[in-house]
Design a protein. Structure first.
Length: 307
């Protein structure tokens, strides 16, 4: 009888009473610990976003922001400017090109490293050097490499007159080469980590069934690392869309406007022309373009993975 009474008491007690009391005791401490995070989001995220949105629709200079409400005049001016529109297209094509190149090279190098048993550790250590090198140093290094007056390229090809950084057609590809050199190791590390998670037994069984080389990679390795490769590509694409340091150091956007990316253009408009309203309008339009590009790439990647 005593056991039955105790059981009835337990059943009659609200099931959520104990968790609620524990939640009430923990909630003050939880609120205290979340305050720094909330403040950081407001200061580092919300405030800059509101500032940019407000400046884009006002007549704003570096010293005197929000002078007068101009509506969509800044946005219309940006979309009507051929140089700005060209920078959008230039940046998107540049980012897609270096992202694809970095991903292909990264997957190939990671697959080679995964099979290397002796020199793999040394090569993996060397791969970290471009990642830990500041972008300004990387830009200076590659600017010296492309220097026609005694640079590495001129030394290796003494009979050929090459000055890619001074050529309209080759300035941006030269920057892209430096960009690929710096960030491909990131793809290698991510894909190499995914390769290590594979079950060796599956690969051995496939090899016994006659799968070798490209066939083994396509049917066994690729399905296991496809998700990581897609994620790495997106990371690389976002990094490439934000390129600024290499352009600033290697070409300063030249010759002409041939290597002026959108991020570099925003810096020029904001800090040299002091037109914060126009710079904010360029930023908003560019953010919309980046969103559209990433959504399209995501849809294509999802479709390719399901086929």
């Amino acid at each position: 009888m005593a056991d039955a009474s105790a059981a009835r008491i337990r059943l009659a007690r609200p099931s959520g009473s104990v968790p609620r009391r524990a939640g009430r005791r923990a909630s003050p401490a939880a609120r205290v610990f979340t305050v720094p995070t909330i403040l950081s989001i407001i200061v580092l995220g919300v405030y800059p976003l509101l500032f940019i949105l407000t400046a884009a629709f006002t007549d704003s200079t570096l010293g005197r922001p929000f002078q007068e409400w101009v509506g969509t005049a800044n946005l219309e001016s940006v979309l009507a400017d051929g140089d700005v529109v060209a920078s959008f297209a230039r940046t998107v094509f540049y980012a897609l090109g270096v992202a694809v190149a970095s991903t292909i090279l990264g997957v190939a190098i990671a697959a080679a490293l995964e099979r290397a048993t002796r020199s793999g550790a040394v090569v993996r250590t060397l791969l970290l050097l471009p990642l830990i090198t500041p972008p300004v140093v990387v830009g200076t290094l590659w600017k010296l490499v492309f220097n026609p007056g005694g640079g590495l390229l001129a030394t290796l090809l003494p009979g050929v007159s090459l000055a890619p950084l001074s050529t309209t057609a080759w300035a941006l590809p030269a920057i892209g080469l430096a960009d690929v050199w710096q960030w491909t190791p990131l793809i290698v590390i991510l894909v190499y980590a995914a390769l290590l998670t594979q079950d060796p037994a599956v690969r051995e069984a496939a090899a016994l069934d006659g799968a070798h080389g490209i066939g083994l990679f396509r049917h066994i390795t690729w399905p296991a690392i496809a998700g990581t490769v897609v994620a790495a590509f997106f990371i690389r694409l976002v990094i490439a869309l934000k390129v600024f340091d290499l352009v600033f150091v290697m070409t300063s956007g030249g010759p002409g406007q041939s290597s002026t990316t959108t991020t570099y253009l925003i810096q020029q408009v904001a800090l040299k022309e002091f037109d914060i309203g126009r710079a904010s309008a360029i930023t908003i339009v560019f953010a919309l373009i980046v969103t559209a590009v990433t959504l399209v790439v995501a849809a294509l990647a999802r479709k390719a993975r399901h086929e």
